[in-house]
Design a protein around this ligand. Structure first.
Ligand code: MG
Length: 267
């Protein structure tokens, strides 16, 4: 099932599901339970990120060539960092380049986002996908100056600015994606493809990440795991290609769809 979250014509938040032709119908009930598909057409006045996360966990350096382009060693354990709930952004809404806490090095990162569907802890990788509700596209926007030079030795400052976690356009449930580690994934910047790879190249695959992250740690329904980005980020280009106002960034993942956001300066 492809689940969307949107504002209806009265400005209320509703959930819907897309059929094979892309037509949207209202969903009734909890998306973490057993939602009922209705025959009532969804009146989408604005598409929202497909869920309001309960937490956003980021994994760094999870593709070999990206670790290389970052000048980092291939990690022995998954590299965890936090993104705040403030970072959530909707499809079509702007990524804002920080101006108050100024950044000159804002970068894109296409990522497969895993949405946890059931509360879990100490999960074995063999059972891990049972706890997943589905998948969506994410852009793990990163201010490299605040991540690396002014981050105090860890990454969260540079990953934590408002609008730095666009998600969407829909949440695709696990019945449509039985294997999350076989999906093409790309970033298109102003019409040019800049990242183009496959999730089969993750160093730690999705089940391994869930096993690791749930160790001695409860994962709540609605936890979003950003699973890392492949090579081709702006930081890795010569010279580096930082995002600027007026850019348009699209993240595209096979079987999920496209997530496009314009770029502006923080207002
Ligand atoms: Mg990332």
């Amino acid at each position: 099932m492809k689940i969307i979250r949107y504002l209806n014509q009265s400005g209320q938040i509703e959930f819907g599901t897309l059929d094979v032709t892309g037509k949207a119908f209202k969903l009734r009930g909890d998306i973490f339970g057993i939602p009922e598909v209705t025959s009532e057409p969804a009146t989408v006045s604005k598409l929202l990120a497909p869920l309001q996360p309960t937490g956003i966990l980021g994994i760094g350096l999870n593709y070999r060539k990206h670790a290389e382009e970052s000048g980092a060693k291939v990690p022995e354990f998954p590299v965890l960092f936090a993104k705040g709930l403030n970072t959530l952004q909707n499809p079509g809404d702007a990524i804002e380049i920080p101006t108050f806490l100024k950044s000159d090095e804002v970068d894109y990162e296409c990522e497969l986002a895993v949405v946890i569907g059931k509360r879990c802890k100490n999960v074995n990788r063999k059972d891990a996908l049972k706890y997943v509700l589905g998948y969506t596209c994410a852009n793990d926007v990163s201010a490299r100056d605040w991540q690396i030079k002014r981050g105090g030795g860890q990454w969260s400052r540079g990953k934590f600015f408002d609008t730095f976690a666009p998600l969407g356009p829909c949440l695709v449930t696990t019945d449509e994606i039985p294997n999350p580690n076989s999906l093409s994934i790309k970033t298109v910047l102003n019409g040019t493809t800049v990242q183009d790879w496959n999730t089969d190249d993750m160093i730690f695959d999705v089940p391994t990440l869930i096993e690791f992250l749930s160790g001695s740690t409860t994962l709540l329904p609605g936890t979003v795991i950003l699973t890392g980005t492949p090579h081709g980020v702006g930081m890795g280009q010569k010279p580096p290609r930082w995002l600027k106002a007026g850019d348009s960034v699209t993240i595209e993942i096979e079987k999920i769809g496209t997530l496009t956001n314009p770029v502006t300066l923080e207002s």
